[in-house]
Design a protein around this ligand. Structure first.
Ligand code: CAA
Length: 240
């Protein structure tokens, strides 16, 4: 029987590519989204993947949404915490609201997504937790104190979960995408984006599918001994 996978933020950007890659690999996929009904409907029409609306920043909403997915499709064995936002501003201009929104969605959102599925994974002695971090969690980024804090936090989360889950057959890993051609990166002012691309040795942005393939590998049975790790897919945008 095919496994059930949940992808948060799974109807757009990198998340949409992950949802599609997991479906192609034979999983029953549920794609969560927060607000863009039109994009979610178009995504379902194109891929046949059902979408479920809730805000990952809200614990009770996450719990209820996950219960609905499990009632519809079965127990979630692969969870991909991908939903994320940016509220970029230089630190001296960053408001407490910009800080809190990013923490609530990107970091607390990971807790809210994984916590409800964790007991079932422990009982069934199998689970895959994959968190989408970022190169900017590894190196920091101008105007992203909030975002970089959450993405660095993701690495601490998976290293800790890995230690707790290892004997229960659960792995927890992070993927750190570099700059990928999505709406999020396209929202960066063009001049800034050009200067960023100039710093990528590959000389280009990544494609969402290049991240999705990393996730599909980490989700597979073959990846059982990879636990607490980070896969960087960034076109060699390394940092010193
Ligand atoms: N390094 C050094 N200096 C920088 C800089 C950088 N990367 N980016 C901007 N600056 C400088 C500018 O040159 C400017 O300097 P001057 O004042 O001397 O001219 C100053 O910082 C900008 O000041 P502003 O008051 O104009 O800034 P602003 O309030 O208008 O904010 C910004 C502009 C939000 C910083 C904008 O430049 C921006 O969005 N930058 C991109 C940040 C970024 O890379 N975000 C990543 C988004 S994609 C993502 O997050 C996905 C992922 O995981 C990779």
């Amino acid at each position: 029987m095919s496994r059930v996978a949940l992808v948060t933020g799974g109807s757009r950007g990198i998340g949409a590519a992950i949802s599609a890659a997991l479906k192609n690999a034979g999983y029953k996929v549920a794609a969560n989204y927060a607000g863009n009904d039109e994009a979610a409907a178009a995504f379902t029409k194109e891929t046949g993947i059902p979408t479920y609306k809730w805000n990952v920043a809200d614990y009770e909403a996450s719990k209820a949404g996950i219960a609905k997915v499990e009632a519809d499709l079965g127990p979630i064995e692969v969870v991909v915490a991908n939903a994320g936002i940016t509220r970029d501003a230089p630190f001296h201009k960053m408001s407490p609201e910009q800080w809190q929104q990013v923490i609530d969605t990107n970091l607390t959102g990971v807790f809210n997504t994984v916590h409800p599925v964790w007991p079932g994974m422990r009982e069934r002695k199998f689970g895959r937790v994959i968190v989408i971090s970022s190169v900017n969690g590894q190196k920091g980024q101008f105007a992203q104190v909030n975002y970089a804090a959450t993405k660095a936090g993701d690495i601490g989360i998976v290293r800790s979960l890995a230690q707790e889950g290892a004997r229960a057959g659960i792995t927890a890993n992070a993927v750190c995408p570099g700059y990928i051609a999505t709406e999020m990166v396209m929202a960066v002012p063009e001049k800034v984006r050009e200067s960023i691309i100039a710093q990528i040795p590959a000389g280009r942005l990544g494609e969402p599918e290049e991240i999705a393939r990393c996730v599909a590998f980490l989700a597979s049975d073959d990846a059982q001994f990879i636990n607490g790790s980070t896969i960087s897919a960034n076109g060699a945008q390394f940092f010193g």
